[in-house]
Ligand binder design. Structure first.
Ligand code: ZN
Ligand code: ZN
Length: 342
């Protein structure tokens, strides 16, 4: 079709077809429909928005329609990938002759079949951050259909696997994470709870109390942030940190090299205790430390000097002093008995 008047007539026909058929595209709005440009805006969710701008080339319809994608919310790398996919399927559009609606429909379907498109940058950053070592059994898998990112980190004989799922409203909603690990159960619980907390903080404003006694209110001007990368980083750091970390008191690695040697007995000598600051201890080491003076001002972590908070050792300074005095008195009595007998 080299004849320019035939081209113009073809385009006029197609523009009429675009006006009637655009309503068959979900969440799409026809913004302009003139021979110079067809523009269709698509808004699936708050974060999945784009403008599809199309222009008819000089040899249209024997040439592929010229497409440009604009979006303030979707990553450029996803827009580039979409255009590549359009180009890869160009035969199908050339056969269709009237290409505008066919191309727009293809782009909408591509958007829907790639729910993780909103995380493209985050996934790329997480890949760099993770720098997975496949020889150790580590991986970072992307499952578009399930909108899932599956991460496995390994340190020595210990692994942590996290499945992070993003729903349709992501990043306004947070990544929900399930964790599997062969670390002790308390670490599994910590990883699960803290992954949720890290994610929640990305989307929910912190509360602020202006005056004492007043009800706390959410801080103003809070913008939700994507949570996949922060959660992924947290999982990686934790998975790689603890298996080699030393007891904050005796400076011996807490995790046995063989996970089958781990004890789940909460009062067992080798049970691994993790305190609020994040440092870890053998149960026997911290138990002795918490029951030994000085108590004034609270017992501090020998590693970072933060006060140690732990459910197992909740006694106040005064109670600790009294217990200590009592233990000492008992010991003196025993010593005296021994002296007397010897
Ligand atoms: Zn120790
Ligand atoms: Zn500490």
């Amino acid at each position: 079709m080299v004849d320019s008047s035939a081209r113009s007539k073809f385009i006029e026909d197609e523009l009429r077809q675009v006006k009637t058929k655009v309503s068959t595209l979900q969440d799409a709005e026809l913004v302009s429909c003139v021979p110079q440009q067809v523009r269709i805006d698509v808004q699936r969710t708050k974060s999945k928005r784009m403008s599809i701008c199309m222009q008819f080339p000089s040899e249209y319809p024997d040439q592929l329609i010229i497409v440009e994608l604009k979006s303030r919310t979707l990553p450029q790398r996803f827009l580039d990938a979409t255009l590549k996919a359009v180009d890869a399927n160009k035969e199908q559009f050339l056969r269709a002759r009237q290409q505008a609606v066919a191309v727009a429909r293809f782009i909408c379907e591509y958007l829907d079949s790639n729910p993780l498109c909103v995380c493209a940058e985050e996934i790329s950053d997480l890949r760099k951050e993770a720098n997975v070592d496949a020889d150790k059994g580590e991986f970072l898998k992307i499952k578009q259909k399930q909108s899932l990112v599956h991460l496995r980190a390994q340190e020595g004989a210990y692994f942590v696997e996290a499945k992070m799922t993003m729903d349709a409203q992501y990043p306004e909603t947070y990544a929900s994470t399930s964790v599997e690990t062969n670390m002790p159960a308390v670490f599994q619980r910590f990883l699960t709870a803290q992954a949720k907390e890290v994610a929640r903080r990305c989307v929910q404003p912190p509360l602020l109390r202006r005056k004492k006694g007043e009800k706390p209110v959410p801080v103003a001007n809070f913008e939700p942030r994507p949570s996949l990368l922060p959660v992924g980083k947290f999982i990686l750091q934790t998975a790689r940190r603890y298996p080699t970390e030393l007891c904050a008191i005796c400076r011996v690695v807490c995790f046995p090299p063989d996970p089958s040697a781990l004890t789940e007995d909460m009062e067992g000598d080798d049970f691994v205790e993790r305190v609020y600051c994040g440092h870890i201890f053998h149960h026997r080491c911290i138990d002795k430390y918490m029951k030994t003076p000085p108590f004034k001002g609270g017992k501090k972590c020998p590693q970072c000097a933060d006060i140690i908070f732990h459910d197992k050792w909740r006694a106040s300074d005064q109670i600790r002093e009294e217990r200590w005095a009592h233990e000492q008195a008992k010991q003196r009595e025993l010593d005296e008995v021994e002296d007397f007998l010897s």
